[in-house]
Design a protein around this ligand. Sequence first.
Ligand code: 48F
Length: 257
Amino acid sequence: MKLDEIKISKAIIETYNKKLIDALDVDVAIVGGGPAGMVCGYYLARAGKKVALFERKLSVGGGMWGGGIMFNEIVVQEKARAILDELGVKTRLYEKGYYMADSIEAVSTICSKTVKAGVKIFNLLSAEDVMIRKNRICGLVLNWTAVEMAKLHVDPITMAAKFVVDATGHAAEVAHIVERKSGISLKTKTGKVMGEQSMWADVAEETIVKNSKEVAPGLYTCGMCANAVFGGPRMGPIFGGMLLSGRKVAGDLVKRL
Ligand code: 48F
C-alpha cells in the first residue's frame, strides 16, 4: 500500500480536532504539566473524572527533568515514595529517609501513567486567562504558545471546567490572573498572591501539602504554586511534596465532583 501524505495530514487534523473539542467541557482543567499537575491528573482520571491538562511547552515534566543543577537525579522522602512505587518509578535508598530516582525515568513514567489513566494532555497550549461566572472560576482561555512567543495578535479559545487547578509552579500564573483581573479576594492571609519564601526544604515539604487547596471559588493550587500563592518556602530538588500535593488536590476534588 502506498502512503498518501494528504491522508496523513487529514488523519492528524481530524483526530486532533475531535480530541480538542471533547476537551472543551471537562470536570477538571489542569494548567501545567509538571510533576504536581500530572500526578493530580493521574489520580483524578483513576477516579473516573474527565481531565484535560494544558502545558505551555513542547514537553511535559516542568522542573523535574533537570534534577538539581542539571544533575538528573531527584530526591524523595519516605512519605512520597509510595506514589513513585505505585506509578512504577524505581527508587534507590541513599540514606535513611532519602530515596533517589532517575529524573528521566520519573518524568517519562509519570507522564505515561497519566496519559494511560485517561488524562488528555495538550502541549504547546498556554492558559492566558480564566473564565469567571457568578464569582467562580469555571474555565480557561487558551492560546497557542507559538502565538504568545511571537506576540501575534490572535484571539484565544475558551473551555469550561467544573474546577481549575493551577499547577504552573513558581509562577502561579492562574492565581495571578485571578488576582489581577477578577476582583475576587484570594483565600490567602492578604487576599492576594503572597509570594514564595526562600529555601527551607523541611518546612516547604510540609506546608506545600497544606497549601494545596481551594484559593478562589473553583480554583485550586497544586505543587510549587501552592507555596508561591500562600507564602511558603521553596524546597529545591526534593520532589515528594509535588507528588503528595497532586494526590491531595485530586482527592479533595473527587469528593466535590
Ligand atoms: O515548574 P513545574 O515543574 O511545577 P510543579 O509541578 O513542580 C515544581 C518543581 O518542578 C520544582 C520545585 C520542586 O522542588 O520547586 O520547581 O509544581 O511545572 C509547571 C509547568 O507549568 C507550565 C510550565 O511550562 C511547566 O511545565 N506552565 C506555566 N504556566 C503555564 C503553563 C500556562 N500559563 N499555561 C500552560 N502551562
